[in-house]
Design a binder for this molecule. Sequence first.
Ligand code: KE4
Length: 430
Amino acid sequence: MKKLTNSQQLMERAQKIIPGGVNSPVRAFKSVGGTPPFIMKGKGAYIWDEDGNRYIDFVGSWGPLILGHAHPEVIAALKSVIDNGTSFGAPTKAEITLAQMIIDRVPAVEMVRLVNSGTEATMSAIRVARGVTGREKFIKFDGCYHGHGDSFLIAAGSGALTLGEPNSPGVTKGTAGDTLLAKFNDIDSVENLFKHNQNQIAAVIVEPVNGNVGCIPPQNNFLKDLRSLCTQNNALLIFDEVMTGFRIASGGANELYNIDADLLTFGKVIGGGLPIGAYGGKKEFMSEVAPAGPIYQAGTLSGNPVAVSAGIETLKRLTPDSYDQLETLGAQLENGIQSMINQHGFPLTQHRVGSMFSLFFTTKSIHNLDDVNTCDISKFNEYFHGLLDRGVYIAPSQYEAGFISLAHTQEIISDVLEKIEDSLKEVFNS
Ligand code: KE4
């Protein structure tokens, strides 16, 4: 058992003045139990808590730290940018650089707006879709998480699902009524909604690879069929690539599955760990955004020079070789776990797309949230703590994905595989 005295004391103090002691619910370890380690620093593939415990990190701040923590060149670049000031509320050259880098990498993006979080990006994308179509309803998928905007907190994934509150109080009936729910990898469920809501649906928003119910790739032609259904019904297809963008490929799911969405949202990696989000897509739609067009969206710190610089320095270091390296490490982890499952008969299923992965505590094949709900959460929780005690930090929820960074090495993955095997043997008493 790790010594967590300082973290326990800090958590007691934090809970008195911050709701649940955290500034984002999933960090509170509510579903896995125990005290969350308060993190003091990160370097490469490692993080250290306030009690001096070191962990191999597979959360990476929920995706942004694809280069690893405190990359020396990113930090150096940030220090020089900060010396020139932190924010001006005026246009800066670097915003053009980052916007162009996004456009150059993501085939479907012709124009892009920078914001401060993934939530702002998805909220804005839905507003654009409603603005350009004049329609009010939109389709999301059970368990997909698009941030904490009111209209998304209907059957939401990630922390909402982890805490068992996929529909949040405070969301009005009127708002909820415009959010239609379909099932991921079930194109008939989408077709039915279009049939029963003719000419009322502005958009379909989807995590092209689900990451907030664990990692679930699209099956067969699901994304292609989604694209055709949206086109046939004059609705916009929105790829929420806040998690998959620049993670599963340089051009995200847009490139990997060769499907052009009308609008796409980003976050995480493009800020290299600083607060950022972005939405973009066809110029036809994005040129309707204020002040070019009438659809309003704004932000005091949008395009912040420090966050933009962290994003530029991160994207600069994501080369084709980087994705080959992430694929190699991801395959090593997946193959290692698969051989344990085969050898010990562990009742587990796993999914991986590049450096994004999940281990599900069920033998059911996983296509969407319904299948994830068959997982044995208590066994997952035991596994989580077994790894944490062995110095491996994975997401504190079965309904989250894990992330490998370029700072992870084959040696680190081999070491982690041993720890995973020990933890699983403990959980399944084998
Ligand atoms: P933020 O507002 O948290 O920057 O982004 C919201 C968001 C939108 N879309 C997708 C696909 C996302 O994964 C997210 C945020 N992801 C979660 C992790 N599952 C953030 C972690 C948290 O809520 O603390």
